[in-house]
Design a protein around this ligand. Sequence first.
Ligand code: ZN
Length: 444
Amino acid sequence: MLLLGNGHLVTRKKEKGFIKNGAVLIDGKVIKEVADTKSLKEKYPDVEFIDAQNGLIMPGFINMHNHIYSTFARGLSINGYNPKNFLDILEGQWFKLDSEMTNETTYHSGRIAYLESLKNGVTTMFDHQASYGEIEGSLDQLSNATTEMGVRTCLCYEVSDRHGKQAANQAIEENLRFINKVQNQTSDMQQAMMGMYAQFTLSDETMEKAVGKTPEGVGFHIHVAEGIADVHDALRKYHKPIINRLFDLGILGRQSLLGHCIYINPQEMQLIKDTDTMVVTNPQSNMGNAVGCPPTLRMMDEFGIVCGLGTDGFTTDITESYKFANLIYKHTLVDPGAGGTEVPEMLFANNPKMANRYFNTKLGVIEKGAAADVIIADYQAPTPITADNVNGHILMAVNGNNITDTIINGEVRMRNKEVLNVDEDEIYAKAGEEAKKLWSRINN
Ligand SMILES: [Zn+2]
């Protein structure tokens, strides 16, 4: 057993959401008891104690949408790349990069992404993989990488016709192979979805094939209306809005996750709601790609759609998305009050709700029986900190760099900022070599 205490305990429960000097007792993979530090120390005097030193003790963060394959784009300069719009960014950078990703590159990008996630306090990550340089077995590379780092993950491979029919079929098979693999595992550390890039790169034939082969209970992780060109494509080719096309093809549903949804109309929002489909918003990425601001607040407030937050490959630090989400709605709507309640709801309530449509152990909450995914942030509050304002403290002053301790599935993965049982120098050195090779393939 393990006792974490002497910190401001943020449980994320409806009642008792905050315990001033709280402690959490971990037993195996789950949380056994939650109370004030004094009483738990008295009750369990011999249990190993981790002192939060008056910082924050919280459930681990969840990232609902990432692209590990973007890891080696950091600092990359592609000859002749000078994007004028979102399609230029996709074709000039991302499609070029993914077409040179081999299993070796994928493995090393995975080790970095999972390592940095756990350092940033992200204990669960939903990823969307693309490596058209080598498709088969690529999800195993990510699976192996996260087995080393211990981050909970839900993987999928992005099916697309952009590299031809044969590659699209291989991508479908890679998803199915991995879905089958995780369904035969008893552990709750890895799950899988059927990934799809975006409908403008997907024929009816490919999507029907993917839908037809996807097992019951598994949903689709797909990009929707990230740019206006995606909308125009659906109207031009299929004479219907994107969400209608996805509905007709059987892609919407409780287990499905739609990325972005920037350009969708109210009738499409109603379809998302009626099918109880999940939406993930990625504000930092949207701003970086200059694709606009999604109508997330309307989807949540008017339609009751469950919307969460992702990083979309921009970073592995989900607190950055929290901060950008806080700004993008205010800035776009010219309303300083916009998103005040919705943004914390997205990260702290909806991300766990969405993740738990895949993982069986309760995530995103510190309570008896929930997953022992707990983090400590080194944060000394200069002003009073209470249940009502803790999200404001996190918003203004806590980011991934503040995380000192990360425990996932009951295992201490980082203690006092030191990642345990892995050689960080070796991981970065190997990654550097691999990135160099990838970059030369891209620019040759
Ligand atoms: Zn994405």
